[in-house]
Design a protein around this ligand. Structure first.
Ligand code: NDP
Length: 328
């Protein structure tokens, strides 16, 4: 038996990907085999497909840091054939073959059973980007964010940003979306943003060591000088959930926001996030993410489209979320 997958090969330091048939015997070790319905394109998939961050050490490799599908074989007491499951992270698509394939074999402990309200297609419309957005919202709430409060979302037209905007607006927060793409203003307002601000105002770093307070909370997907600027504008005791580095991995800040205003910088990691928190995030997504907004931010693509889409996501040219149909 064989299955179709996007296979990455490395030749003379260059990585290229093509759809290929792979023998089932080559599947990696694991106690659960999943018939994958959908995977998706996340920023990290872009880095892996374009070989930008040396995240993959061994080729040939099947990328895809997440997938949703149906269990076909299980040696794990927590899962049985027919269960609908989702996987995010744990090094899948990096150190372990991933979701850009019709079949995946993984440790059952890495899987989450999908809430009944979320189909496998919508699970991947959410993807790791959307699940991370939910983790960010949960982190802000755990640190006391109050409904109606002004919340900033950076990189708002991207995957994490779009989902964060839609969730926060549905929950009743007053969301300002930051974007570098003025032509996405109507899109961001349709997701529930009450205002849209230009990334250029933030991109050169803080104008002064501390600025007037503007935000009671922020979801930051970009890092760098943008995050440094946002920190100077946070209200007393407010929190920023920092999950991304689309603008850079550096953080040219001072300690002043922390020691003068008690600002909290909350790190959010989806990859090694413990099981109970993952399950809570997926349960919350079923409840708090409006499906019409999710559908409006989602495009579909095939495995063969993935390498070209990877280049686009790294240039900040992909809007919202992209589901990849593995049988397409
Ligand atoms: P996307 O590419 O979909 O979104 C990123 C957005 O950032 C872009 O759409 C753009 O938004 C903005 N952006 C792009 N380049 C720059 C730049 N140079 N300066 C400022 N803003 C920029 O990616 P995702 O939403 O999937 O991921 C966002 C980030 O979150 C990535 O860094 C990713 O690695 C990280 N991430 C982290 C996770 C974790 O576990 N911590 C999990 C998932 C993602 P706009 O055009 O609106 O300005």
């Amino acid at each position: 038996m064989s299955f179709r997958a996007l296979l990455l090969e490395e030749k003379e330091g260059k990585v290229s990907g093509a759809v290929a048939a792979i023998d089932d015997a080559k599947l990696p070790p694991g106690d659960v085999t999943v018939a994958v319905d959908y995977t998706t394109l996340n920023y990290k998939d872009g880095l892996i497909l374009a070989n930008k961050a040396r995240l993959v050490r061994q080729y040939p490799h099947v990328p895809g840091i997440d997938f949703a599908g149906t269990v076909s074989e299980s040696g794990n007491p927590g899962f049985k054939p027919g269960d609908k499951v989702v996987l995010n992270g744990w090094g899948v698509g990096e150190r372990h073959w991933g979701g850009m394939a019709e079949k995946a074999r993984v440790k059952g402990d890495w899987l989450v059973k999908l809430p009944a309200a979320i189909s496998t297609k919508r699970a991947m419309a959410i993807g790791t980007a959307g699940y991370t957005a939910m983790l960010c919202v949960m982190a802000l709430e755990d640190h006391g964010l109050k409904r109606d409060a002004p919340v900033l979302v950076t990189g708002a037209a991207g995957g994490v940003g779009s989902v964060a905007t839609a969730i926060l607006a549905k929950l009743g927060y007053n969301v300002t979306a930051m974007t570098g793409r003025a032509d996405q203003t109507d899109y961001l307002k349709s997701l529930g943003a009450s205002a849209v601000v230009d990334r250029a105002e933030f991109a050169n770093g803080p104008a002064k060591p501390m600025d007037s307070t503007r935000w009671a909370g922020a979801v930051d997907t970009v890092g760098g000088k943008v995050l440094a600027t946002v920190l100077t504008q946070m209200a007393y005791g407010a929190s920023v959930a920092a999950c991304g580095n689309a603008a850079g991995a550096d953080l040219p800040t001072t300690v002043l926001p922390f020691i003068l205003r008690g600002v909290n910088l909350l790190g959010v990691d989806s990859v090694m996030c413990p099981g109970p928190q993952r399950k809570e995030a997926w349960a919350r997504l079923a409840r708090d993410l409006p499906l019409d907004k999710l559908d409006a931010m989602t495009s579909t693509a095939t495995l063969a489209d993935a390498p070209a889409l990877a280049e686009k996501i790294l240039k900040g040219q992909v809007r919202g979320r992209t589901v990849i149909e593995v049988k397409g």
